[in-house]
Design a protein around this ligand. Structure first.
Ligand SMILES: Nc1nc2c(c(=O)[nH]1)N[C@H]1C(S)=C(S)[C@@H](COP(=O)(O)O)O[C@H]1N2
Ligand SMILES: [Mo]
Length: 199
């Protein structure tokens, strides 16, 4: 019988299997933006979900922040290979925002102030997997990280977590977003290393 203590004999991994393939852990919070940081004042901010039938469900800042919020602690994985563990957010679950939205859509195209877009299956926004986040690390979400509010969908590569989120268009057909249309993977699962089209 072999007596093996993992700590003594085993692999020296500090991540406990939390690091997807090809990623390294960082303690910084890098800023990655495809353009300038849009500045949206909270009194003109609005977030809207629009169904495939054109029905619009909108929340202004006061309405969004009056909703019950959650405080998820999640690991982030960027396609540029950094991962950051145990990030602490505050935001409203997409389950709650989609509760009264009648739709037969399978897909979502997320739109940001500034024009960025990203696409994902609607089901990836449901079941406690996604938030409209406005707090980070106990503070208001900083503008460079997407404040006033961003989508947070941490089980996919971070380019899906649209900063400065403005709305979500629900649709029966998949439409590619900004990075997806220039060769990034349409789904982007870090555990399957879906970085680029065909991965
Ligand atoms: N609106 C918008 N959202 C965006 C981006 C962007 O350029 N514009 N970049 C994406 C990419 S590629 C990454 S890796 C993350 C980076 O988030 P961070 O700057 O908070 O680290 O935001 C994503 N969301
Ligand atoms: Mo990214």
């Amino acid at each position: 019988m072999a007596i093996v203590s993992r700590g003594f004999h085993g692999r020296k991994r500090s991540d406990d299997g939390r690091l997807p393939p090809g990623q390294y852990e960082t303690h910084d919070f890098p800023v990655l933006s495809a353009g300038p940081t849009p500045r949206i004042s909270r009194d003109r901010w609005e977030f809207a979900i629009t169904t495939e039938a054109g029905v619009r469900h909108a929340w202004n800042w006061a309405q969004l922040t009056a909703l019950p919020s959650e405080r998820p602690t999640v690991d982030l994985h960027c396609v540029t290979k950094w991962s950051k563990f145990d990030t602490e957010w505050q935001g409203v679950s997409l389950d709650l925002l989609l509760e009264d939205v009648e739709s037969a859509a399978d897909f979502a195209l997320v739109h940001s102030y500034g024009g960025y877009t990203t696409n994902l299956p609607l089901e990836d926004l449901l079941d406690g997997k996604a938030w409209i986040a406005y707090g980070y690390d106990g503070e208001d979400l900083a503008p460079e990280h997407g404040g006033p509010a961003r989508l947070l969908v941490p089980h996919l590569y971070l380019w899906k977590s649209a900063k400065w989120v403005r709305g979500i268009q629900l649709s029966l057909e998949d439409e590619l977003g900004f990075w997806e249309s220039v060769g990034y993977h349409e789904y982007g699962d870090p555990w399957r290393e879906q970085r680029y089209q065909g991965d």
